[in-house]
Ligand binder design. Structure first.
Ligand SMILES: [Fe+2]
Ligand SMILES: [Fe+2]
Length: 375
């Protein structure tokens, strides 16, 4: 706690003496000045917390003095000593000097002491509030600073996370691609088949204005649609001639085998039904397999993939025939639209072909699914 000092200003020396006698044993210092000029000097030098000024002084009235103290040392608690009768002056003092209390002459000793103690308390309280405000302001600044740093850190972490996510996605795709390539590599004629089916299917999907996650699913399902061929004997897969009935039955198992292979892989769960049903017929007829689903029962990715699959197979060389011209493919799609194929998917494909021409089915296109989805 800081030492307390009060300054009394009065032109009557007797009054100042009386006050000094009265307050001799109090636990605060008492300074006196008998004109405002001296008082102002003492304020600068000794820094009292409380000032009590007489009203009637020859050089300057108490009101004027206290209002100039207010202007220069606003913290100092100001009080006025005045006779009862000066009500007009009292009001002026309060308005101009913003004084804390009026003390009437003659004063009551105990009341004066109590008032002075209250004035020091008032000063201390105001000083404490000021200090707390300052502390709060500083803490606010520090908080703002911390917030900025935090935001910066969050941004940085988010960026790192995004990067990790992208890396992970890329790793997934590479794994799936490798798997698809392994399937296609069983037969020289089908090399690149799965990748191309995935590309055609996702392009058709975008033409159909499907959602991003659906396009992504269609791409993965396209890459993996024939993964079950791993479980079909090589001799059947690479057989250059037409297959007999028994061999055909073996081949027909590949969608189910594929689904079984993919089922345990958590992040491919949504792709499993798409692989299982990529040889169903849209009209639900017996030529579809394995479950003879029809229309909307067939997962949308499967309906897209079957069109992409047919287009890719027909426009590629086979051991028993050359690649077929695109016109033949278009005729075939028209012919089977509504029976084998979903007409909506066929239309989307035909529209794309119209827009892009044969470039759409070129064999060596570079493809990045995420650049494609985002672009
Ligand atoms: Fe297939
Ligand atoms: Fe296929």
């Amino acid at each position: 706690m800081q030492d307390h000092t009060v300054l009394f200003v009065d032109d009557e020396v007797n009054i100042l003496k009386a006050i000094q006698r009265l307050l001799r044993n109090e636990d605060f210092d008492v300074l006196t000045a008998n004109h405002p000029g001296e008082a102002m000097e003492l304020i600068e030098r000794a820094g009292p917390q409380v000032i009590v000024s007489d009203q009637r002084m020859p050089e300057m009235s108490g009101v004027e003095f206290l209002s100039s103290v207010r202007d220069r040392h606003n913290d100092v608690v100001r009080m006025m000593l005045t006779g009862y009768t000066d009500m007009a002056i009292a009001v002026e003092a309060i308005n101009k000097g913003e004084i804390y209390r009026l003390i009437t002459k003659p004063w009551n000793d105990e009341e004066l002491k109590a008032t002075l103690r209250q004035a020091f308390d008032h000063y201390d309280l105001k000083a404490e509030i000021k200090r707390l405000n300052q502390v709060t302001r500083e803490q606010n600044f520090r908080l703002q600073d911390m917030n900025r740093n935090l935001e910066e850190k969050v941004r940085e972490r988010t960026k790192q996370l995004d990067q990790k996510h992208t890396e992970l996605r890329t790793a997934y795709i590479q794994t799936i691609r490798a798997l698809a390539e392994a399937i296609d590599a069983k037969d020289a004629y089908t090399r690149g088949h799965s990748e191309r089916v995935a590309v055609y299917a996702s392009r058709i999907a975008r033409e159909m204005s499907l959602r991003t996650d659906m396009i992504e699913r269609i791409y993965f399902a396209g890459l993996l649609h024939d993964v079950g061929k791993i479980g079909v004997p090589d001799a059947i897969i690479t057989k250059p001639d037409r297959l007999n009935e028994e061999e055909y039955r073996e081949i027909m198992k590949h969608p189910e085998i594929g689904a079984k292979i993919l089922e345990p892989v958590e992040f491919l769960r949504s792709v499993v039904p798409c692989v299982r049903h990529h040889h169903e017929w849209y009209d639900g007829c017996a030529k579809g397999y394995p479950d003879r689903l029809a229309g909307d029962q067939i997962p949308l990715p499967s309906r897209v993939i079957v069109v992409a699959d047919t287009v890719e197979a027909m426009t590629s060389d086979r051991p028993y025939r050359k690649a077929l011209p695109i016109e033949v493919v278009v005729t075939e799609l028209h012919k089977y639209s509504g029976t084998q194929f979903d007409p909506v998917v066929v239309d989307a494909f035909l529209k794309l072909l119209e827009e892009e021409g044969e470039a759409f089915i070129s064999k060596d296109q570079k493809f990045d699914i995420y650049a494609f989805i985002e672009g």
